[in-house]
Design a protein around this ligand. Structure first.
Ligand SMILES: [Zn+2]
Ligand SMILES: [Zn+2]
Length: 387
């Protein structure tokens, strides 16, 4: 093959160039995916804005290896399968062949490190590679991000067959939905009396971009009582109300004190049982801790890139017996259940409204900028048939 593939390359923060790469032939174990749609994640926005450090404070702390092709929320069609892999299976054991629509798991784990061997979620892996993040476009075969028209899935990548009735613009939400495992985790704690996320609990979601919105939907599915959302975008707050939130507080029009009081009022003075941080900025965390009732759970999912510090009062953790759960990514076991849930609940939630903007490859930088405005929800890079 001597065709070329177009790819938006983030050469340095704030600067995307459209480059061409040779169409690769997959090596044994690898798969070439013709990307149909790729969501822009909060992490991509952070990378674009120059927050280039991830996994700070762990032994696999790293800086992004610019140039990179962003994008890890990838849905597409298998274009080619590497040789001697005729019996390719997806993560659930479903047979895969060229032409099948799949989601590519965002990360690649080594299977060999302490965390992999001990059954931790795959994002604990000490040698993790992340599509759109850790693999440099300078290295052959270059196409390691979903913004490109074709994506090279390395041997050992996780593939998930997309149910045939799940539209592409909803399937593209699978990875984000799979990051809502903080709620599942909190639910697991509820096996212990008065811990975790119990049926009927009040849940506050700080920041209702796509990740926050998926937490609203998931919290409702898992039996939340009142769901309260905060954001500065009225479009996002409106959508959150449509997806099952009960109260929306615009942070542009209310003070922290007013928001804390509004939550207390809704909870007979106690405060929220669960707060989920999906704003992706450290500044919201002190308010989230204030909003919690004694013994409440704080789920931190939004600051995946190192967004710097914020000061908190540790006394509050003791005085209120708070629990904090950090979530470093999506569970690999959550992809199929997330797709099934999106398929099943399509009739109850207007999921087709979540993708608000679609851009072609050539306009990737405009897409990135659009995704950072208050007037967008999920922005995607799409192939021509989905524009
Ligand atoms: Zn993501
Ligand atoms: Zn590992």
């Amino acid at each position: 093959m001597n065709e070329t593939v177009r790819a938006p390359v983030l050469v340095t923060p704030g600067k995307i160039e459209i480059q061409s790469f040779p169409m690769p032939e997959p090596e044994p174990g690898a798969v070439l995916i013709r990307r149909e749609m790729c969501g822009i994640c909060g992490t991509d926005k952070h990378s674009f804005s120059g927050y280039a450090v991830q996994y700070s404070g762990t032994d696999h702390e790293r800086s992004l290896p610019f140039p990179i092709i962003p994008g890890h929320e990838i849905v597409g069609v298998i274009a080619a399968i590497g040789p001697s892999h005729e019996n390719l299976l997806d993560f659930s054991g479903l047979p895969l062949q060229a032409g099948d629509r799949v989601i590519l798991g965002a990360n690649l784990s080594c299977g060999q490190c302490y965390y992999c061997r001990h059954g931790f979620d795959y994002f604990f892996c000490a040698n993790m590679e992340d599509y759109g993040n850790s693999l440099s476009a300078a290295n052959s075969p270059h196409l390691f991000g979903g913004f490109a028209d074709f994506v090279y899935a390395l041997p050992g990548s996780y593939l998930f067959k997309v149910p045939k009735d799940l539209p592409v613009e909803i399937a593209v939400l699978t990875e984000v939905m799979s990051v809502t495992i903080g709620l599942d985790k909190a639910k697991q704690f509820s096996a212990v009396n008065n811990e975790g996320f119990r049926f009927g609990d009040t849940v506050v979601v700080q920041g209702v971009g796509p990740l926050g919105l998926c937490h609203v939907i998931k919290a409702r599915m898992l039996g939340a009582g009142n769901i309260i959302v905060t954001d500065r975008s009225s479009l996002r707050l409106e959508l959150a109300l449509e997806m099952g939130a009960d109260m929306a507080l615009n942070v542009g029009h209310t003070s922290p004190k007013e928001r804390i009081e509004a939550v207390r009022e809704m909870t007979a003075g106690r405060g929220a049982d669960i707060v989920v941080e999906c704003a992706g900025v450290p500044e919201v965390i002190p308010e989230g801790l204030e909003i919690l009732r004694p013994g409440g759970f704080y789920i931190e999912s939004g600051n995946f890139s190192d967004m710097g510090d914020v000061s908190i009062k540790p006394h509050l953790l003791c005085a209120k017996n708070l629990r904090i759960i950090g979530i470093g990514g999506e569970a690999i076991t959550a992809y199929h259940p997330s797709m099934e849930a999106l398929l099943r609940y399509r009739q109850h939630y207007p999921l087709h409204k979540i993708v608000t903007h679609r851009y072609p490859v050539e306009e990737a930088e405009a897409a990135m900028r659009c995704s950072m405005t208050d007037d967008s929800m999920k922005v995607v890079i799409a192939s021509s048939e989905y524009l």
